[in-house]
Write a protein that binds this ligand. Structure first.
Ligand SMILES: *Cc1c(COP(=O)(O)O)cnc(C)c1O
Length: 455
């Protein structure tokens, strides 16, 4: 009897290429627009913020992008990451479904984020850059980039959303341990931050505001570039090591997934898992259900508008077409800080628009119910963001039980929650409540979307 629970690949099986979904899409996503001219931007418009190698990846339509040797060398520390079959969870749920999860919590920073942080730091160092600014929500991205910066000798400055800065002091300490500087956002260090503080002294911050601050610093300093931990095409592409490995591991297991599940903040861990499978489907392979899970308190895919919008609150970034709640929308301070972004990656949004994926939104408490049930069965304590994917997978397994179907479910367990114990403590003491966003604020943020003639 096959009772394997863990599928491991040899280091030699670390992918040699990142997979670029652009090569297989039936139609390309709408162009990125310059905020001043409303015309499609060119590579030079992005040059103040990113090294040229990353800009080229951002617009590339090549199916495979070679992973540089030094990046693969660093990946060897935790890649290939394990794929587990959740046999004990299956038993608890009494489901005929098979549940597999790809575990990205084995990276040094504890999530999928180092997959792109290491690549981005590498290309910045190759172009001679010594300083990078960035934003972080829960602190996962900030600590991943801080780790990568330490490896490549790059100074990292992180603007951390204030509510998370206060909720998650240990993430801040981790960034500082890696040698990065961490600043609560909105801060008084930038025009964007000062403008927000002038309106509201105790503003909880948002990813949109923190992005403005980080972009402003990079745009006004020649020696400084900016890095984003999600949303952009090149970031999603870097994450495809996850899905490529999972494909090989499921082949070892002799299974082919029917349903793929991931949580979506900006879309990168989700895309990293599903894009290689979706690409195979677009090239004529098996059709699978692909399910994105988001928080109901920040529901860009299920409640947002598919429209051109800014990536940040101060409107310093180009305009991208995406599912958005409006760049001025500030979601309530729920614990999955990594999912508090007003928009969704343009590539994931485009796939949703093409009907290639489904989206569902869940509330905070039911998501933690699922995370605790998972931890008690499997032992791994998921990050609050990852609990959304866990909940999605459990619901799919329960649907299989109801329908008497033995489908194969694969989800991305994108990070551990060891730095998120306050959220679990709040959950156990009954302090974790379902937060609703403010409908009138959403209406206002959507009414404020930039008007863009059909591009
Ligand atoms: C950052 C983060 C997310 C959200 O970002 P995506 O780009 O949507 O993946 C989700 N889970 C974890 C663990 C994260 O660190």
């Amino acid at each position: 009897m096959n009772d394997t629970v863990k599928y491991v690949l040899d280091e030699s099986r670390i992918p040699k290429h990142w997979y670029n979904l652009m090569a297989d899409l039936p139609s390309p996503p709408p162009p990125v627009l310059h905020p001043g001219t409303m015309q499609p931007i060119g590579p030079n418009d992005l040059a103040p913020l990113f090294p040229m190698a990353l800009i080229e990846q951002e617009v590339s339509t090549a199916r495979e992008i070679e992973i540089p040797g030094p990046v693969r060398e660093i990946y060897r520390q935790w890649r290939p990451s394990p794929l587990y079959r959740a046999r004990r969870l299956e038993k608890v749920l009494q489901t005929p479904a098979k549940i597999y999860y790809k575990y990205e919590g084995v990276s040094p920073a504890g999530s999928h984020k180092p997959n792109t942080a290491v690549a981005q730091a590498f290309y910045n160092r190759e172009s001679g850059i010594k300083k990078i600014t960035t934003e972080t929500g829960a602190g996962q991205w900030g600590s991943a980039l801080a780790f990568a910066g330490a490896l490549f000798g790059i100074e990292i400055k992180v603007f951390m959303v204030r509510v998370s800065y206060n909720q998650k002091p240990y993430r801040r300490a981790l960034m500082e341990t890696y040698g990065a500087q961490c600043i609560a956002s909105p801060s008084d260090q930038t025009n964007s931050g000062r403008a927000i503080l002038a309106q509201k002294k105790d503003h909880p911050g948002s990813l949109g505001i923190a992005i403005s601050e980080a972009v402003e610093v990079a745009a006004t300093h020649d020696d400084t570039k900016y890095a984003l931990g999600s949303v952009l095409n090149h970031v999603l592409t870097h994450q495809t090591v996850v899905g490529q490995e999972a494909m090989a591991q499921l082949e070892m297991a002799g299974d082919d997934p029917d349903v793929l599940v991931g949580c979506t903040g900006g879309g990168s861990n989700f895309a990293g898992l599903v894009f290689p499978f979706l690409g195979a489907q677009l090239r004529g392979g098996k059709k699978r259900r692909i399910v994105a899970i988001e928080p109901s308190a920040c529901p860009s895919l299920t409640r947002g508008k598919y429209a051109y919008d800014f990536g940040d609150t101060a409107h310093l970034t180009p305009l991208v077409k995406m599912h958005t709640l409006g760049s001025t929308f500030t979601p309530p301070g729920f614990h999955a800080g990594g999912l508090r972004y007003h928009g969704m990656s343009p590539l994931v949004s485009h796939c949703k628009q093409l009907g290639l994926l489904e989206a569902r939104a869940y509330r905070q408490k039911e998501v933690f119910d699922a995370g605790v049930q998972f931890a008690r069965a499997e032992g791994i304590l998921p990050a609050p963001e990852a609990n959304h994917a866990v909940k999605g997978a459990i619901d799919e397994a329960l649907r299989c039980k109801q329908e008497g179907k033995s489908q194969v479910i694969l989800f991305n367990l994108c990070g551990h929650g060891h730095f998120d114990m306050q959220a679990y403590m709040d959950y156990f003491s009954g302090k974790l409540v379902d937060l609703e966003y403010d409908e009138s604020e959403l209406a206002m943020a959507l009414a404020g979307l930039p008007s863009v003639k059909a591009a």
